[in-house]
Design a protein around this ligand. Structure first.
Ligand code: NDP
Length: 264
């Protein structure tokens, strides 16, 4: 019989004497340079994890997040990796393992979106969004799985548009995010016997560069939530931290909404 892993009583060598919940753990967050990913990177680091964060274009912002983590007494490292580029993804995972000695937590956060009428979506848009939002998390999970051991975590950031609500104009984005449901549920099955969990967090409207709370459709989006408001990256980060920590040890294959009651 296989039982869920129990909490180790002794801290790992790296986290010896440190009683923060993620002490001794190493996390890699894709797209950690801003928005939700940056909030997740800061939160996991505050929990005691050493955090590698990838960026695509904004090294300045990624370096800033690392600086903030270090100023708060944590460990961070920024690495450029286009999540759609297999070699760069593998190199970022290998770099994290080389730098911090192991890998325990992958957060598939990097993502992009194109909204617009279905018939006007170009083939270039289709390829770019699917490469970033589907191929990227798939590759990153493969690269990470080679290093994850008992207690390992794969946490992906989906969207309320994947399962909860359908909007005209959201075909491509919803298609890409719904693919993460298949990935997550199947990974939960395939990696479960190794004590590794896979979960999906579906944010609602979160105030970031991608979806600013003072943007064009912000009032409309806020109005569709039960709470009547946008959330912050920190709201998503809190749930990711829960899944990443010991509190998440018996949660796998799950989709968890952090969406203010969007379309409830
Ligand atoms: P932002 O646009 O604010 O940040 C996106 C992040 O992803 C940046 O760090 C960016 O790096 C990185 N990124 C983008 N493309 C790539 C790529 N090809 N390779 C590597 N990194 C990349 O987005 P959010 O923080 O709002 O979104 C984060 C995730 O949450 C996404 O998956 C998004 O779909 C999802 N989401 C967001 C919602 C919202 O309302 N904000 C709602 C539901 C889901 P760089 O800074 O270097 O460009």
């Amino acid at each position: 019989t296989v039982m869920a892993p129990t909490t180790p009583k002794t801290a790992t060598a790296a986290g010896e004497g440190d009683d923060r919940p993620l002490a001794g753990k190493v996390a890699l967050v894709t797209g950690g340079s801003r928005g939700i990913g940056a909030a997740i990177a800061r939160r996991l680091a505050a929990g005691g994890a050493a955090v590698a964060l990838t960026y695509h274009s904004r090294q300045d912002l990624a370096d800033q997040v690392v600086k903030e983590i270090e100023q708060a007494g944590g460990q961070g490292w920024a690495v450029r990796a286009d999540v759609a580029d297999a070699e760069q993804v593998w190199a970022s995972v290998a770099g994290a393992v080389e730098r911090f000695g192991r890998l325990d937590i992958l957060v598939n956060n990097a993502g992009t979106g194109v909204l617009g009428p279905f018939e006007g979506i170009s083939l270039d848009d289709v390829d770019r969004v699917l490469r970033t939002n589907v191929r990227g998390p798939f590759l990153a999970a493969q690269a990470a799985a080679a290093h994850l051991t008992e207690g390992g975590r794969i946490i992906s950031i989906g969207s309320c548009m994947a399962e909860r609500v359908a909007f005209p104009g959201g075909t491509l984005y919803a298609t890409s995010k719904a693919a993460l449901t298949g990935l997550t549920r199947t990974l939960a099955r395939e990696l479960g016997p190794r004590g590794i969990t896979a979960n999906l967090v579906h944010p609602g409207p979160i105030d970031t560069d991608m979806n600013p709370a003072d943007g064009e459709s912000a009032e409309f989006q806020a109005g569709l939530t039960s709470l009547g408001a946008f959330g912050q990256g920190t709201d998503v980060a809190e749930t990711v931290a829960h899944l990443a920590g010991d509190g998440g040890r018996y949660i796998t294959g799950a989709s968890i909404a952090v969406d203010g009651g969007f379309a409830v």
